[in-house]
Design a protein. Sequence first.
Length: 103
Amino acid sequence: MDNDTCKVEGCDRLIKIKRLGLCGAHYHRQVRYGNPEGRTLNHGNAHLTADMARQILSRYNATKHLPQRHPDRVKLRTLAEEFGVAISTISIMVRGQTWKHLD
Ligand SMILES: [Zn+2]
């Protein structure tokens, strides 16, 4: 990031989460809704590509044998942040309710 303000257009609050370039409020929406604008894009997983889903699942599956609190275990929240989707989307996915057809 070359500036210190949130990357969301029209938002001039200071960046709180450097990695994502978002202010606190937009970060919150990013985590909650999967996008910083806080809108539901299409429905469910429509904005999540099959490729992203595969990556998310492989990242999650790589450490899922570790105990819940193990520091090396990939957390749903981490994946949600990295891929810019809602935690609920990831949680549903890893429980095998969607994207089953990828296997
Ligand atoms: Zn913002």
